[in-house]
Design a protein around this ligand. Structure first.
Ligand code: PMT
Length: 409
C-alpha cells in the first residue's frame, strides 16, 4: 500500500471522463489513501455523488453549504487537510477558472486554499484542447508552480487520435504516487519519528479545579509543524489547550496531567530519533484529588491547605532512558536570561541542547505568539535568536537540531 496515511482530495468537474473518477477513487483507496471527493455542480450530471461517497466512505462535498442543515463546508479546512489534490477530469472551464482565480464553486475555492501540490488531468474535446486560450491557461498554472498538469493525450502514443482525452486512472495513480514519494523521500527527516511535549498540565484539586499555568502550547505546536515539514512522523503530546496543528503528519496525543504526559511520551520515545520537551509541566500536584467540588464550608475558615506531591520530571525520566543516536532538546523558562540555570537543566536531564526563554524579555515565553530564545548545547555551541514569531523560532530551532546532531555523529 503505497499511499498509506496519505490524504487526497479528488476534485471532479463536469466532463464525460467523470465516470473514470470512480475507478481513480477506488485505486487510491486500494493503495491505502483516505479520499475526500469534491465535485462541481456540472460533475453531478455525469456521475452521482452517491457512487463516489460509497467508494470513498466520505460524504461528497459539492456545495458551499449543506442544504439539509445549512452548515458550511470549509474550503480552508479542505485546503490544509490533504497531502495532494487531484483534479480529474479537469475541464477547460475549470482550468480557466483556476488560472484566473474565479472561485465560483467549492472545487475552485478549495484549489485556491490548497497548501498541498495539485495534479490535474485535463479532459476536453480536441478543438478546446488545441485552443490557444487553453494552452495559455495551462501555462499560467505551470508558471504559478502550484498545479502540475498531466498531458491530455493518453491515447496518442497508441496511434489513436485521442488528444484531449483524460489519462487513464492507473496512470494518474502512478503520477500521484511519484509526487507523494518525491515530496517526502528527499526531506532530511523522512522516515524518522519525533516526540514533542507541549502545552501546560492541569493537576486536579477536585472535579472542577486544578493547578495549571499559562502555556498555550503554541511553541510546541510550531515545533511539531516545523519538524513535520522536514518529513518527520511527529507525535505531539499536548496538554490542555484549544490550539491544534494543521499538518496531517502530526499525531496529537491529548493529555491533562504530568503523569498522563509521561505515559503518552513513553509510547513513542523509544523509536524517536529526536525528542523536544517544550511543555510547561507542573512540578507538583495535589496529593489528593477530591471527588466532586470542595465546599467552602467543608474546609472551614479563611485558610485552606493543599498538600502537594512531586510530579515525575518527563525530560529527566526520558533523558535517563536515552539510547545512542537520539537527540534530546529541553526548554528552560527562567525569570532572567540565566544561562547557568539552563546549563544545569541541560546536564541534569541528560539533554543535548536546551532552549532558554526568559519571562523578562518582552514578547517571550508563555501565551504570546512570539518568542526570543538562546539555544545552548552540551558541546558549548550558543545560538542567540532575535524576537520572532513562534513559527519562525521553531524553524530556527529545527535548523539548529539538524546541524548539530550530524556534528555529534
Ligand atoms: O506554550 P506557549 O504559550 O507557546 O509557551 C511556550 C513555553 C514558554 C511554555 C516554552 O517555550 C517553554 O519554555 N517550555 C518549558 C517550560 C518549563 O516548564 O521550563 P522548566 O525550566 O520548568 O523545565 C525545564 C525542562 O524540563 C523543560 O523542557 C520542561 O518541559 C521539562 N520538564 C519540567 C518539569 C517536569 N516535571 N517535567 C519536564 O519534562
Amino acid at each position: 500500500m503505497r499511499l498509506q496515511n496519505k490524504h487526497i482530495v479528488v476534485g471532479i468537474t463536469g466532463g464525460i471522463a467523470a465516470y473514470k473518477s470512480a475507478s481513480l477513487v477506488r485505486l487510491l483507496i486500494k493503495e491505502g489513501a483516505e479520499v475526500q471527493v469534491v465535485m462541481t455542480p456540472a460533475a453531478k450530471e455525469f456521475i452521482t455523488p452517491l457512487t463516489l461517497a460509497t467508494l470513498s466512505q466520505h460524504a461528497v462535498v459539492s456545495d458551499f453549504f449543506d442544504r439539509r442543515d445549512g452548515s458550511w463546508h470549509s474550503h480552508v479546512t479542505l485546503g490544509t487537510w490533504p497531502d495532494l489534490m487531484i483534479i480529474a477530469p479537469a475541464t477547460a472551464s475549470t482550468i480557466g477558472k483556476m488560472a484566473h482565480g474565479i472561485a465560483d464553486n467549492i472545487l475552485v475555492t478549495t484549489y485556491l486554499a490548497m497548501r498541498a501540490p495539485v495534479l490535474i488531468a485535463p479532459a476536453m474535446d480536441l478543438d478546446m484542447w488545441s485552443h490557444p486560450t487553453t494552452a495559455r491557461n495551462l501555462e499560467i498554472l505551470a508558471q504559478d508552480g502550484v498545479a502540475q498538469a498531466l498531458p491530455a493525450e493518453g491515447f496518442l502514443a497508441s496511434g489513436l487520435t485521442g488528444r484531449g482525452r483524460m489519462q487513464e486512472p492507473e496512470e494518474i495513480l502512478e503520477q500521484a504516487v511519484a509526487m507523494l514519494t518525491a515530496t517526502t523521500e528527499k526531506l532530511p527527516l523522512a522516515g524518522e519519528c519525533v516526540t514533542i511535549t507541549a502545552g501546560p498540565t492541569y493537576e486536579p484539586i477536585d472535579d472542577v479545579r486544578f493547578i495549571g499555568n499559562h502555556s498555550s502550547g503554541l511553541m510546541g505546536i510550531s515545533l511539531a509543524e516545523a519538524l513535520a515539514c522536514q518529513g518527520a512522523e511527529v507525535h505531539l503530546v499536548l496538554g490542555p489547550t484549544h490550539l491544534r496543528p494543521t499538518n496531517p503528519h502530526i499525531v496529537v496525543h491529548p493529555v491533562m496531567t504530568a503523569e498522563e504526559m509521561l505515559a503518552a511520551a513513553q509510547e513513542t520515545f523509544g523509536r524517536s530519533s529526536i525528542a523536544i520537551f517544550a511543555a510547561a509541566v507542573a512540578d507538583y500536584r495535589p496529593e489528593e484529588r477530591v471527588s466532586g467540588k470542595i465546599k467552602k464550608e467543608r474546609r472551614g475558615g479563611e485558610r485552606m491547605q493543599l498538600t502537594l506531591t512531586q510530579n515525575p520530571d518527563i525530560a529527566a525520566t526520558l533523558g535517563a532512558q536515552r539510547r545512542a543516536g537520539q537527540y534530546l532538546v529541553g526548554f528552560a523558562l527562567e525569570t532572567s536570561v540565566d544561562t547557568s540555570a539552563a546549563e544545569g537543566k541541560l546536564h541534569n536531564k541528560h539533554l543535548d541542547a536546551i532552549v532558554l526563554n526568559s519571562t523578562s524579555d518582552a514578547g517571550a515565553g508563555f501565551g504570546v505568539p512570539t518568542n526570543k530564545v538562546l539555544i545552548l548545547d552540551k558541546a558549548g555551541a550558543r545560538c542567540d535568536l532575535p524576537l520572532e514569531s513562534k513559527a519562525v523560532v521553531a524553524e530556527q530551532i529545527v535548523d539548529f537540531v539538524l546541524k548539530h546532531r550530524t556534528q555529534l555523529v
